[in-house]
Write a protein that binds this ligand. Structure first.
Ligand code: FAD
Length: 327
């Protein structure tokens, strides 16, 4: 019901030509703005006063608000990775890991991929481009001007998860599950523009808020009943922040709650690819991607074509399947 509106004729582009906050205020829905601090900014989806209405509406649609207000949240006990592993194991698809692709050649009747190292070539009927943009664009031997214009540049937020060994809960309740630095959420507007310059990825920072502090502690020890006292800390970091700076910011802020933590593991993601307001409304990039689907033997899927959530990627792919492939 609230999937990507693939028919631009059904879209009110004048209404979309504003930030999400302005869209809500126009409809006397400003009561939702504080809720968005947690449901948007707290998830790394940007602040409502900066993000184009298109992305706010994609994520915070009526079903989401209803489910959130009813507390209908759940997580997979064994995590998402196990879900994909089981899906792969229970189907006949041939998944080849650690097979680096050097180049992809497309022609009217098929696709040839060239492997890194051996240079071995293999032919296929179709290409499903599910690797992140803009980096994956460099794999295409002959990207068209339209493909370069659509996939060559994106805005991103960087999401960092630090897994830390905790030694107790300090002054926090023993059974706490989440601790959010709520006052920090409103300033999580920084983003960077990722583009390709001579085949190399460049990241240019915008709206830097000058604060690389953590957003939320998720107490996995309490939530998942782990054997070891381990928590995950989410930071919306700057790509140029060093690991030492991220750790120092965490130490500084958790120590205020009497917590002492040891870093066990950290991963940083280019997270939430999005277009600017002009790119959405004036240039209509999301709809131009839809028009490109299936041309040059290629399907474009993943968060760069839809939105950074599993449900949105799956919804978009289902729509592609039903509207374009099954006709
Ligand atoms: C920490 C974290 C927590 C999240 N939690 C949730 C959640 O609770 N619920 C939710 O709905 N969403 C969540 N998300 C978002 C969700 O994971 C993504 O939106 C979703 O996985 C995007 O799917 P995708 O297919 O676009 O990209 P990905 O799932 O990132 O898949 C892209 C794949 O391409 C591979 N790849 C990259 N380059 C190449 C290459 N050159 N050749 C071959 N393969 C390549 C990568 O290894 C990766 O496996 C979370 C994201 C993060 C980072």
């Amino acid at each position: 019901e609230y999937m990507f509106p693939s028919d631009p004729g059904s879209v009110d582009f004048d209404a979309l030509n504003q930030t999400f906050e302005s869209w809500l205020v126009e409809r006397r829905l400003e009561v939702l703005v504080p809720f968005l601090l947690f449901s948007m900014a707290g998830q790394g989806y940007g602040t409502a006063d900066k993000m184009p209405a298109f992305y706010g509406l994609t994520w915070v649609h009526p079903n989401f608000v209803y489910e959130a207000s009813m507390g209908l949240f759940a997580m997979f006990k064994e995590g998402y990775e196990t879900l994909w592993e089981r899906l792969a194991a229970s189907s006949a698809i041939d998944v080849r890991l650690r097979t680096a692709v050097r180049r992809i050649h497309r022609s009217g009747d098929g696709v040839v991929i060239e492997l890194e190292g051996s240079g071995e070539r293999e032919a296929f009927d179709w290409l499903v481009m599910a690797a992140p943009m803009p980096q994956a664009l460099t794999l295409l031997a002959e990207a068209s001007e339209e493909e370069r214009s659509l996939f060559g540049e994106y805005n991103y937020h960087e999401l960092t998860i630090s897994v830390l060994g905790a030694n107790g809960t300090g002054v926090l309740p023993k059974d706490y599950q989440l601790l959010t630095w709520a006052e920090r959420l409103a300033s999580q507007a920084n983003y960077y523009r990722m583009s390709l310059q001579e085949g190399q990825v460049q990241r240019k920072m915008y709206d830097s808020d000058g604060d690389g502090g953590p957003i939320t502690i998720r107490n996995d020890f309490n939530i998942k009943g782990l054997k070891r006292d381990v928590v995950a800390i989410l930071t919306l970091s700057k790509p140029n922040a060093t690991d030492a700076e991220l750790t120092a910011a965490i130490d500084r802020d958790v120590s205020k709650y009497g917590l002492e933590m040891d870093l066990l593991h950290r991963k940083r993601w280019d997270y939430m690819p999005f277009y600017s307001l002009e790119e959405v409304v004036r240039d209509r990039k999301p709809w131009r991607i839809w028009n490109l689907q299936g041309r040059s033997r290629t399907w474009w899927v993943g968060s760069y074509a839809s939105f950074e959530s599993v449900a949105d990627v799956l919804d978009y792919n289902l729509q592609l399947l039903n509207r374009r492939l099954c006709q």
